[in-house]
Design a protein. Structure first.
Length: 90
């Protein structure tokens, strides 16, 4: 699958009972917390998050990876504020 800025890098894959688990570094927050925080998001922040989420989805689709419903908690972020699509459970 390769690495992408807006998706997990292949840090460690575990296959057990027909399920593939991806272990990765810990992220500090998710989009649900960012949206629900007291801090006001500027138009620039909204455009930045949306652009990067769409880039990540384009990458997943180009790799023929099937994902389920992507929710706010399934998009995580770290200190650099780059969103990463983390939850691919259908």
């Amino acid at each position: 699958l390769g690495d992408h800025d807006n998706g997990h890098s292949k840090e460690r894959l575990i296959y057990a009972s027909g399920i593939v688990y991806l272990l990765s570094k810990e992220f500090q927050t998710d989009m649900k917390r960012i949206i629900g925080s007291q801090n006001t998001l500027s138009d620039h922040h909204v455009q930045y998050f949306l652009h990067n989420i769409l880039r990540g989805l384009k990458f997943l689709h180009s790799a023929n990876l099937v994902h389920g419903r992507i929710q706010r908690r399934g998009i995580v972020s770290n200190a650099t504020d780059e969103p990463v699509i983390a939850d691919l459970v259908s």
